[in-house]
Design a protein around this ligand. Structure first.
Ligand code: ATP
Ligand code: MG
Length: 244
């Protein structure tokens, strides 16, 4: 596939010297050790690596869900660790979308309602929320299925509803943790292509965690993690960029 040149813009998301450990009784396990990462807008950045190497932990720190023990996180010019809990909540609501492995849809809501719900938290008017929800469902090819509930949708369709829910807010930062691992190869491919298109068309920063090697071929940039560190940073059209 053709790769875009690396963006000349500044990173919009970065983690510097991140460290994180979890204690269980006497045992303290290091999950991230002095990890630094910069992520650029308009592209799909993939973090891959073996199970347990710290990918989800890194994603949750970069999205403000978890705090590191050491290091800093800058997102859209804000230092996330310096925000108050309320400020952080507002930041996440306004600027970030999250797509999970297990879709996290409400069983009782149809596709349109799933997508509309977070928009109501943004205090959008009813008509605008509906228009945005329908536009987002159209973007993921589900206009004709907007009235269906999760039980009436396939796995791939459910994940597309989850993507529509995330993009309807028009977030600048979109995070996805193993979004394809519950799907077969063909549906996984559709989801990856969609995340790619979102990065391009919305100039969004899409950071996706996956240990599916098939996904790696379709990202603009692939970071490989192992044991809490970034081992390699590959971008086809530009020499390797080393983590700082
Ligand atoms: N809240 C927690 N408490 C204790 N240990 C944790 C916690 N969260 C993660 N860990 C541990 O940190 C390590 C890294 O976990 P993480 O979920 O980040 O890995 P991962 O790379 O996403 O793995 P997978 O590919 O299986 O999803 C694991 O050993 C895990 O058990
Ligand atoms: Mg994980």
């Amino acid at each position: 596939m053709t790769m875009q040149p690396a963006p000349s813009t500044e990173p919009v998301l970065s983690g510097l010297h991140l460290a994180k450990a979890f204690s269980s009784g006497e045992i303290r396990a290091t999950v991230l050790s002095d990890l630094s990462i910069e992520v650029y807008p308009g592209e799909l950045t993939l973090i891959s690596g073996p199970s347990g190497c710290g990918k989800s932990t890194l994603l949750s720190i970069l999205s403000g869900l978890q705090k590191p023990d050491q290091g800093s996180v800058r997102a859209l010019g804000e230092s996330l660790l310096e925000l108050s809990p309320r400020g952080l909540e507002g930041f996440r609501l306004r600027h970030t979308g999250f797509v999970f492995q297990g879709f996290n849809l409400f069983p009782a809501l149809n596709a349109r309602e799933q997508v509309e719900l977070p928009l109501t938290y943004l205090k959008l008017g009813k008509a605008e929320a509906r228009a945005r929800a329908l536009a987002a469902l159209d973007e993921v090819g589900l206009s004709a299925r907007a009235h269906l509930r999760p039980a009436q949708l396939s796995g791939g369709e459910k994940q597309r509803v989850a993507i529509a829910r995330a993009i309807a807010k028009r977030p600048q930062l979109l995070f996805a943790d193993e979004p394809t691992s519950a799907l077969d190869a063909a549906n996984g491919q559709i989801i990856v292509d969609m995340l790619h298109a979102i990065a391009r068309t919305h100039q969004a920063t899409v950071l996706c965690v996956s240990h599916d090697p098939r996904v790696a071929a379709h990202a603009d940039r692939v970071l490989v993690m192992e044991d809490g560190c970034i081992l390699s940073d590959r971008r086809a059209s530009r020499p390797e960029r080393h983590p700082t």
